[in-house]
Ligand binder design. Structure first.
Ligand SMILES: [Zn+2]
Length: 342
């Protein structure tokens, strides 16, 4: 199957009432882990790369790995998405490379750190929407500012400093025409999201539900939504790691989100933890080994297990064969005729 637009995947997810995990990648093993999990669970899937991933792998390596995934797993609808584009230029280069979906994160200035103004966000996001939709490519925007920093991107903080304002969300969608909207409800990037199991004081699910009521047709996106399970932390610490105790977003809160308009859920940390734990285990138990395959294979398998579990929990499992891909050209025509829109 060719790479497909994210808009189609999310529209289908809305019809089916489920969410779709968006998993970050930097290398071949991570892509393979996701594709194997997608095949095993028959799931449509979003694979995303940040700016950091693009520079780590060099764009072209990543792109051709994605093409290989599409070729080797023809039964899986697969989106290649840019995570946190920091500027119109970054989004443009992703579109030119062949990404089928981009995030313009205009909640921050192009330095990727400084919270921006509403007007700047609208203007930059609108520009990306105009550039992307003529090619049938999907755009995710962000309103409100997430906490934490990952891959050098983020404003830091707890995530409660700039929780999304529902009125601004409504205005932002109307002015930009984005396909999907990331909102800030207290989640953060990275492993250290919460210092205890989150409750309503730090994870604002009520705010999410309010935004969904105001924007019932908009696909909402939850960022920083790894669950950071204790089992994965324990494996790392058991084999010499030094993670401090931390809490992520409980799966049941994500499922509550999915019942209230969340269609895309970003997961990165859980997979990083699974990979690192598996590699540490091999190093600790078999210090004589030095073939990278001896630890990369179990690492890939550990990530596959996490991804497959999330696919079932988010509800995307079993939905890979529900629909035929709409070409990007056809998507572009639909945008031109205003046949898609919030
Ligand atoms: Zn994010």
């Amino acid at each position: 199957m060719p790479l497909v637009s994210m808009r189609q995947l999310l529209d289908e997810a809305a019809k089916g009432g489920y969410g779709v995990g968006a998993f970050n990648v930097n290398n071949m093993e991570q892509i393979q882990a996701i594709m194997e999990a997608a095949r095993e669970t028959k799931s449509p899937v979003i694979i995303q790369a940040s700016r950091g991933a693009r520079s780590y792998s060099q764009d072209k390596f990543l792109y051709h790995l994605m093409l290989a995934a599409a070729e080797l797993y023809p039964e899986i609808p697969l989106v290649m998405h840019l995570d946190h584009g920091n500027s119109v230029e970054t989004c443009k280069s992703a579109i030119e490379l062949g990404f089928t979906s981009v995030m313009m994160d205009g909640s921050l200035m192009p330095d990727g750190k400084t919270p921006s103004t509403f007007d700047y966000n609208v203007q930059a996001t609108r520009e990306v929407v105009e550039m992307a939709h003529v090619k049938g490519i999907t755009v995710e925007g962000e309103i409100g500012v997430l906490g934490g920093i990952e891959d050098g991107h983020g404003a830091g903080g707890s995530g409660l400093e700039h929780v999304t304002d529902p009125d601004q969300a409504v205005e932002f969608v109307a002015k930009t025409g984005v396909d999907a909207l990331a909102i800030a409800i207290g989640t953060s990037h990275g492993a250290y999201k919460f210092s205890r199991k989150p409750d309503g004081a730090v994870l604002k699910m009520d705010r999410l539900i309010e935004i969904h009521k105001r924007l019932p047709k908009v696909h909402l996106v939850m960022h920083g939504s790894s669950s950071v399970p204790k089992e994965l932390q324990d494996v790392i610490n058991q084999y010499g790691g030094k993670l401090k105790p931390t809490w992520g977003v409980p799966v049941e809160e994500i499922q509550l989100g999915i019942r209230n308009g969340v269609r895309k859920i970003n997961v990165d940390t859980d997979n990083r933890l699974a990979i690192t734990g598996a590699i540490r285990k091999v190093f600790a138990e078999s210090p004589e080994k030095f073939d990278p395959r001896d630890y990369l294979k179990p690492a890939r398998e550990a990530m596959k297990q996490v991804v497959a579990t999330r696919m079932k929990q988010f509800g995307q499992a079993g939905h890979a064969a529900d629909y035929q891909p709409v070409s990007l050209t056809a998507m572009a025509k639909m945008y031109a005729q205003k046949a898609v829109g919030a």
